[in-house]
Ligand binder design. Structure first.
Ligand code: 13P
Length: 288
C-alpha cells in the first residue's frame, strides 16, 4: 500500500474511540521495526520525523524514499502516513516536496496571530496537495531534538480559532511533556482537554509526550477526543537498554557478535515490543 495522509485513519479512530500511534523514526532499523509490528498487528501507523532526525538521515528526501521502498519490499499492507514532527514553516515545503503525506506545523512558539496566519497558509498548501496537517496550540513541555517547550496549558479559545482554519488534527498542551516525566508531574489536565474537545468538536486531537503517561490517563484522553498519540523517547530508552545489556554480557566479543546486524538486533526487538504494547493500549490493533 502506498503512503496515505492521516485524514481517514484518524477520522475513523476519532469516531470509533481509539488512537493511532505516531512512532518517531531515527534510522532504517527503527523504521523496519515499526512497520513490521504495525503489519503484524493489522494497525494503521504514523511515522514521525523531527527536523533533527530528518537532518541526521540526510534530509526528507532520503527518508521518504527509504520509507516508500521499505513499504514495497516488506509488503506492508496497513495504512502508513509519513508525518513531520514539530516542523517549521519552511520545513513544511521541503517535506511536501520530498513526498511526505502529512505535516505538523508547530507554530506554538509564535504569538497566536502569527501562528494563525502561518497555519492558514499551510492548510491551503496541504489541501492543494491532498495531504493532512497537524497544528499546535500551547507548547508541549520538555525538550525534543533541541525544540524546547515550556509545558503550557492551551487556551481552548485559541484552539478553536486554529481548528476553524480547517486543520486535519490539533495538538494542544494539556500538561504533557516530551521525554521522561518528573516524579512530581501533576498529570494531564482533563478539564481543559474536555473543554478543548467540546469547543473544537469534530477535529481529532493529538497527545504528544506519549512516553510514561499511565495507561488509565491514556484511555481517559482517548475517550475525550485524542485520536493520535506520539511516542518517541520510549523506543529510544528500550533500544539503548537492550543494546547496553548485549554489550555488558560480552556478546559483541563472541564470534561475530560485533556485526551491526547482530549488535542492533536486541534493540530492534525491544522497539517491536514497545510498539506492540502501545498499539494494544491505544486500541488500534485490527483497525487497518
Ligand atoms: P516522547 O518522546 O515523550 O514519547 O514524545 C514524543 C512526541 O511527542 C513527539 O512529538
Amino acid at each position: 500500500m502506498s503512503l496515505v495522509s492521516v485524514e481517514q485513519m484518524l477520522r475513523k479512530a476519532y469516531e470509533e474511540g481509539y488512537a493511532v500511534g505516531q512512532f518517531n523514526i531515527n534510522n532504517l532499523e527503527w523504521t523496519k521495526a515499526i512497520l513490521l509490528t504495525a503489519e503484524e498487528m493489522r494497525s494503521p501507523v504514523i511515522l514521525g520525523v523531527s527536523e533533527g532526525a530528518a537532518k541526521y538521515m540526510c534530509g526528507y528526501k532520503v527518508v521518504a524514499e527509504m520509507v516508500k521502498a521499505m513499504i514495497e519490499s516488506l509488503n506492508i499492507t496497513v495504512p502508513v502516513a509519513l508525518h513531520t514532527d514539530h516542523g517549521s514553516y519552511e520545513g513544511a515545503f521541503k517535506a511536501i516536496e520530498a513526498g511526505f503525506t502529512s505535516i505538523m506545523f508547530d507554530g506554538s512558539h509564535y504569538p497566536i496571530e502569527e501562528n494563525i496566519a502561518k497555519t492558514k497558509e499551510l492548510v491551503a498548501l496541504t489541501k492543494k496537495h491532498g495531504l493532512s496537517i497537524e497544528a499546535e496550540v500551547g507548547a508541549i513541555g520538555g525538550e525534543e531534538d533541541g525544540v524546547i517547550g515550556g509545558g503550557e496549558i492551551a487556551d481552548p479559545e485559541d484552539c478553536k480559532r486554529i481548528a476553524d482554519l480547517g486543520v486535519t488534527i490539533l495538538a494542544a498542551g494539556i500538561g504533557n511533556i516530551h521525554g521522561k516525566y518528573p516524579e512530581n508531574w501533576g498529570g494531564l489536565n482533563f478539564p481543559v482537554l474536555q473543554k478543548i474537545n467540546e469547543i473544537t468538536k469534530g477535529v481529532p486531537l493529538v497527545l504528544h509526550g506519549g512516553t510514561g503517561i499511565p495507561a488509565d490517563m491514556i484511555r481517559k484522553a482517548i475517550s475525550m477526543g485524542v485520536a493520535k498519540i506520539n511516542v518517541n523517547t520510549e523506543c529510544q530508552l528500550v533500544f539503548a537498554a537492550a543494546t547496553r545489556r548485549y554489550i555488558e554480557e560480552g556478546k559483541d566479543l563472541q564470534g561475530k557478535g560485533f556485526d551491526p546486524r547482530k549488535l542492533l538486533a536486541p534493540g530492534v526487538e525491544a522497539i517491536k515490543n514497545a510498539v506492540r504494547e502501545k498499539i494494544q493500549l491505544f486500541g488500534s490493533a485490527n483497525k487497518a
